[in-house]
Design a protein around this ligand. Structure first.
Ligand code: CTP
Ligand code: CA
Length: 227
């Protein structure tokens, strides 16, 4: 009973989240993707909703159920994800980029299924760099100060050093680094928060527990910002 009288941390806030992998087509039946399960992004969507926010989740292909009360927009490619994000970003207070966005797409994708031509030669794929969704959203923040942008980083080495550098390069106030290389698909994680004053470790816990902690860390920073 007592808990129900506590104000929800993100009441009245609109939160936009990307989650999952992207899928970059090679031809109509084949493509390139990655091992992101979407679990962390979906957990953050759930935690933000529990905290009273209006939540929009732009999701690459996953096999996860939509968290209760969350508006979900399904996409496949990085460019579709960027379009969906930019169509939804106006009026958002918080953007959290959790998706494992493909850095490159296949530039010479085939309109028809590629057939073996009998020569034994493999098809040649050419790649083009995808737009950076988080950096694009972060650039719109200069218009009116919104949304507050949170990024994620999956590094395979030197997390503390790379995380701090990545936060500055992306021009965002908060970056979340995954500790340990094998977080994709797992139910647990450990994360490091990088902000302008340094870094803080949130030790190993379930992704939902970490998501709830992250939501309160974000809410705390939003409140400090408006003081
Ligand atoms: N991101 C994005 N659009 C991209 C690439 C990444 O929005 N095209 C976002 C991710 O959702 C994540 C953050 O940027 O929040 C960092 O992603 P990461 O892959 O760690 O960084 P990159 O900037 O792609 O750098 P690199 O992979 O070269 O380390
Ligand atoms: Ca990347």
């Amino acid at each position: 009973l007592v808990a129900s009288f506590q104000p929800k941390l993100l009441a009245g806030k609109r939160v936009l989240i990307t989650a999952g992998p992207t899928y970059e087509a090679i031809d109509p039946v084949r493509g390139i993707t990655n091992l992101s399960s979407g679990k962390m992004g979906y957990a953050i969507a759930r935690a933000a909703r529990e905290a009273g926010a209006d939540v929009t989740l732009v999701s690459g292909p996953t096999s996860l159920p939509t968290p209760h009360g969350v508006r979900r927009i399904d996409v496949q490619s990085a460019r579709q994800m960027l379009d969906a994000v930019m169509a939804a970003v106006s009026g958002q207070h918080i953007f959290v980029g959790v998706a494992a966005v493909a850095d490159w797409r296949v530039d010479n994708a085939s309109a028809q299924k590629i057939k073996k031509d009998g020569s034994g030669d493999a098809p040649q794929l050419h790649f083009a760099q995808n737009p950076d969704i988080l950096a694009t959203v972060a650039a719109t923040t200069s218009l009116n100060g919104w949304p507050y942008c949170v990024g994620f980083a999956a590094e395979s080495e030197n997390l503390i050093e790379y995380g701090a550098v990545k936060r500055e390069k992306k021009g965002i106030p908060l970056l979340v680094g995954n500790i340990g290389p094998q977080t994709f698909g797992q139910d647990e994680n450990a994360i490091v928060l990088f902000d302008e004053s340094g870094h803080t470790v949130l030790p190993r816990a379930t992704k939902l527990e970490l998501a709830r902690q992250l939501v309160s860390e974000i809410a705390k920073r939003l409140e400090q910002r408006s003081l």
